[in-house]
Design a binder for this molecule. Structure first.
Ligand SMILES: *[C@@H]1O[C@H](CO)[C@@H](O)[C@H](O)[C@H]1NC(C)=O
Ligand SMILES: *[C@@H]1O[C@H](CO)[C@@H](O)[C@H](O)[C@H]1NC(C)=O
Ligand SMILES: *[C@@H]1O[C@H](CO)[C@@H](O)[C@H](O)[C@H]1NC(C)=O
Ligand SMILES: *[C@@H]1O[C@H](CO)[C@@H](O)[C@H](O)[C@H]1NC(C)=O
Length: 955
């Protein structure tokens, strides 16, 4: 079972005057189903960093807050930017949709079946950034607003936001966007924690705190170190604390203490974070103030969880579209759309332009352009068309357009010349195509030659992983050796064989088509282009058939079906697709028709239920059923990392225990998920588990299941019942590849440096496979890498080694810069990688003013003793004081809670509000006052006067 909790052994010394000092001695993980803190509930959230510790159905988790805030921001944006030719929308029309989810939003915006899968992928990268904080910064209170590190946390938040803004200035590419999404996720984490970990909600605020992201708006005073902020909570018989009204400050910000590397004590009189994960909760002041969950065992202020979550959602929304301060107003429409992948996909042609290709190019132009024209302007059309020519040694230039005619003219201008030697720089061309295409694009390579630059294969696979794009190959040869080709084909006849060539491997890896044909038959396979022109593609089945018939479920959400059958022997075949009634559909079109590979498209679909495909002769075939539908699932493979369950980084390891976590997309009402089946990448069944579905706080359907991957590649299949009570099945878009080597990040590396500084990042390479010799590689986009060591190593089974890379930011650079470092390890049979964000932060951004203003009492007259305080006598007697208040950095604000009109302040020198002289007077009915003296960052000191202390000294 995946449920695990954390048991920490702390050594604490508590002193009456100094609060507690604790040291972490030991921490152990134990399964919660047997542990003393068992909740008795199944954890069932995807991505949630708190999955292991608790899951409470009614709590809004960090990733839910991010998702809802993002959805509202994007809905707001869409309302104001309707598609060309569509009527304008009213404010709130999309944002106030109930429920608000990505599928519903896209459908309402495009007024067509357009899958939100690209947007979901961008969202997943943002939540991955949320999670990075739990992995790398758990020991740094300034990512959590813990320990009254309010000024520091605000500064942390602004640094992250500013690094995003600088990364998104000017033209951006996919790496810049990925890195920005991670930083946004981190920034949102800090932002959201403000609402659950400080007393903002308890102070009665119903709007987000504007100052967090707008330095010129008013800062709230933060409680000074000397201020007592909390009282003890009451321990209930249930064992947890009841903490109503335990916060003693009403006009100052404070937050709970939770011990970490940057916060070693909970001082006397200070609020705790609280909950069973806070080791100081039993030391006074007992209990705490967090509102992170709606579970009283974890969150003493659980009753305010909903309010805190709602404010965090609003603040998240405003982070993106807030007027003036939001991301949108800084980065502009184009980049905003790219950031959320709202643009759609690219249709990209990588075309070999050697002499032998001239006839192929002609056929591609004639056939494909005609298809593209047919779809032009429909919701299924790509956002743009990209052409990447390659031969040897030249690659490029890349041509992009949104216009089919222009695309045609680009292809017409290709000159197929030269040639002779066989392999070409096709992977270099492909790499460029992957980099230039939008996420989840469709890339077609047309060539008749093998790849000369095979060494790029691993890098290409990493690019496929991060882009989610699909590679399709239409080959009219592979080198010039006919003999080698037929040998490869003979190999295919054995089941379980690997791929005929590198291209087939890449196509399979990315979930795309691989078609080998002859030059004369090329136009007969170009119909596959049509299958790519689909704004809501899904896979229904993928199997290796050994026989003559195969059935598959067609639910009512499928508006189009494609049936692809490939013979795995060298003989030709014929096929028929039958509806549940046993008759062939009349709306079929043969899009590929070669002796060994046929693809049929059915549109529209009239009958629901069990369809079948019959082949003749009986034999070995690879059958793939695709279609168009909004009913689909998104998933993550989760792994236990320290006390959290987080998405696996890099590729999963063969045989390890993971958790499959899925979310259903589409119209969930009435949908039921029942089973997770898995097969090899080629479609050979491996096994299945039952899925127990549940719903999150917003009504999204979720399910998790334990999973262990043993095949080199695995396809995941979710089965269930559609809203119309038909069986449905959906296959993951691309197979999951497992590896026998893994790269793990080491904790507490923050990945930031200042210009002129160096940064070392280390990872652990673990060999889970047989003994092998590994080579290591590290690269980053901004060329910050200086060196890494070692460059390779021999590793026995189970052995590991630390790989350390050194990065350096040049001293001249005085602005933010963000990049992603990729660490890779390869042996002849295994490879894996890990990506780590790195950020250059200018020195000036790190300067945080945490010093409150100083004051000095200059004059003080206090006659209010004994009976002079009593009514009505008191109103006839007055006390007063005069004091100076001065800050080294910024303007000073002075506030007093009793008799505010008695206070007047003026600058010592005109125009300089850093240095004030104040006068305060009151009658003896209020013989005390607390004066708050703050600077512009909210750093505050208090001056407390009461009649018993006639000569107060400056604190
Ligand atoms: C920041 O706050 C100030 C003061 O409230 C306001 O005038 C200004 O418009 C805000 N700036 C942005 C970018 O929202
Ligand atoms: C995975 O879990 C199973 C059963 O729960 C256990 O027997 C096995 O040792 C675990 N494998 C690993 C690699 O931890
Ligand atoms: C998504 O929202 C739409 C429209 O509000 C709704 O009809 C649909 O059921 C929702 N889907 C899910 C998965 O909750
Ligand atoms: C992105 O741009 C940076 C510099 O602007 C460049 O160094 C890098 O190679 C580009 N990356 C991709 C994936 O195109």
């Amino acid at each position: 079972m995946l449920a695990t909790g954390i048991f920490c052994l702390w050594l604490c010394h508590c002193f009456v005057d100094f609060g507690c000092y604790c040291t972490l001695l030991l921490s152990l993980a134990y399964p919660t189903d047997t542990g003393p803190l068992s909740t008795g509930e199944e954890p069932r959230r995807n991505q949630s960093p708190h999955l292991l510790i608790s899951y409470d159905k009614y709590s809004t988790q960090d990733t839910d807050i991010t998702e809802m805030g993002v959805l509202r921001a994007v809905a707001w944006y869409m309302e104001r930017n309707p598609l060309p030719g569509k009527p304008p929308m009213t404010p709130g029309q999309l944002e106030n949709m109930k429920p608000l989810n990505a599928t519903g939003l896209f459908k309402a915006y495009f007024q067509a079946d357009v899958s939100p899968n690209r947007f979901m992928k961008a969202l997943q990268e943002i939540t991955a950034g949320n999670n990075l904080v739990e992995i790398y910064h758990i020991e740094d209170s300034s990512f959590f607003f813990y320990c009254e590190e309010i000024t520091k946390s605000i500064s942390q938040l602004r640094i992250l936001r500013d690094s995003v803004l600088s990364g998104l200035k000017g033209p951006v590419n996919s790496t810049a966007l990925e890195s920005a999404r991670l930083s946004v996720g981190k920034a949102l984490h800090v932002l959201q924690k403000f609402y659950s970990n400080t007393n903002w909600v308890e102070m009665g605020n119903s709007k987000p705190y504007e100052y967090l992201l707008n330095a010129t708006s008013r800062a709230f005073p933060a409680a000074p170190a000397s201020k007592t902020t909390c009282s003890n909570c009451v321990k209930e018989s249930s064992g947890w604390y009841s903490c109503n009204e335990n916060i003693l400050v009403k006009d100052m910000l404070t937050s709970g203490y939770k011990l970490s590397a940057t916060c070693r004590t909970k001082p006397k009189g200070k609020c705790g974070h609280g909950g069973r994960n806070d080791v100081t909760q039993n030391f006074p002041p007992t209990g705490g103030i967090n509102k992170e969950t709606s579970d009283p065992r974890l969150s003493p202020h659980y009753r305010l969880h909903k309010q805190a979550a709602e404010l965090a959602i609003q603040a998240t929304r405003d982070f993106f579209i807030g007027e003036g301060s939001g991301l949108l107003s800084h980065i502009g429409h184009d980049t905003f759309q790219k950031f959320f992948s709202l643009e759609g996909y690219s249709l990209t042609f990588a075309i070999d332009t050697t002499g032998s290709m001239s006839d192929d190019i002609q056929q591609v132009k004639n056939t494909c352009i005609e298809i593209l024209r047919e779809y032009s302007g429909s919701p299924d059309a790509p956002f743009n068309y990209i052409l990447v020519p390659f031969n040897d040694p030249d690659v490029g230039p890349v041509l992009k357009t949104q216009n089919v005619d222009e695309f045609e003219s680009y292809i017409s201008k290709l000159r197929a010349i030269g040639g002779g030697d066989c392999p070409e720089m096709s992977l270099t061309g492909l790499k460029l195509a992957l980099q230039e295409s939008l996420p989840r694009s469709k890339i077609f390579t047309f060539t008749d030659a093998g790849a000369k630059d095979k060494w790029l294969k691993d890098e290409i696979k990493v690019l496929i992983d991060s882009s989610g794009s699909e590679l399709n190959y239409a080959l009219t040869g592979y080198c010039s050796s006919r003999r080698r080709r037929s040998m490869a084909e003979e190999e295919r006849e054995a089941f379980g064989k690997t791929y005929a060539n590198l291209y087939e491997e890449l196509a399979a890896y990315s979930g795309g088509y691989y078609v080998m044909t002859t030059k004369s038959e090329l136009s007969q396979i170009l119909g596959i282009m049509e299958l790519s022109l689909n704004a809501a593609p899904v896979k229904v089945a993928h199997i290796q058939l050994n026989g003559a018939q195969f059935s598959f479920p067609v639910d009512e959400t499928l508006t189009e079906i494609t049936v692809s059958v490939k013979s795995l022997r060298s003989t030709g075949f014929s096929m028929t697709v039958l509806q549940p009634s046993g008759t062939p559909s009349t709306f079929t079109e043969m899009v590929i028709n070669t002796p060994k590979h046929k693809v049929v498209k059915v549109s529209p679909v009239h009958e629901r239920g069990s369809w079948s495909v019959t082949v003749s002769p009986s034999g070995a075939y690879e059958v793939e059923i695709g279609g168009k539908s909004l009913l689909d699932f998104s998933y993550q493979i989760m792994q236990k990392q320290k006390e959290y369950v987080l998405p696996v980084q890099g590729r999963p390891v063969k045989g390890a225990n993971y958790t499959f976590s899925m979310k259903l997309m589409g119209d969930a009402k009435g949908t039921e998920v029942q089973r997770l089946a898995y097969t090899t990448g080629q479609g050979v069944p491996i096994g299945s588990v039952t899925l127990n579905q549940t719903f999150d706080a917003f009504g999204n359907l979720l399910a998790i299941a334990p999973i262990s991957l043993h095949a080199p590649t695995t396809l995941l299949i979710v089965e269930g019942q559609s809203p119309g009570h038909h069986p449905f099945s959906r296959v993951s878009a691309e197979p999951i590849s497992t590896e026998s080597v893994q790269i793990m990040s080491l904790p507490d590396q923050n990945g930031t440096m200042s210009p002129g500084e160096t940064l070392e990042l280390s990872v652990l390479v673990v060999n889970d496979g047989p003994a092998a010799s590994f080579t290591f590689k590290v690269w980053d986009d901004l060329s910050l890498l200086r060196s890494f060591k070692p460059t390779g190593s021999f590793l026995n089974p189970g052995e590991n080694i630390t790989l350390t890379a050194t990065f350096m930011a040049s001293g001249e650079n005085s602005s933010f810069a963000s990049s992603i470092a990729t660490f890779a390890a390869n042996s002849s049979t295994a490879q894996n990688y890990l990506k780590l964000p790195i950020t250059v932060i200018p020195e000036t951004a790190l300067e945080t003013d945490e010093v409150p203003p100083v004051y000095k009492l200059l004059d003080f007259y206090m006659p209010c003793v004994s009976k002079l305080q009593k009514k009505p006598l008191c109103s006839g007697h007055n006390w007063f004081m005069r004091f100076s208040a001065k800050d080294a950095q910024s303007a000073v604000t002075v506030r007093v809670n009793t008799n505010p009109s008695g206070l007047s302040c003026s600058p010592q020198e005109t125009g300089d509000n850093k240095d004030l002289i104040c006068h305060y007077a009151s009658d003896c009915c209020s013989p005390y006052a607390e004066v708050l003296i703050s600077d512009e960052n909210g750093n505050t000191d208090t001056l407390t006067i009461e009649y018993r202390r006639p000569r107060p000294m400056a604190a």
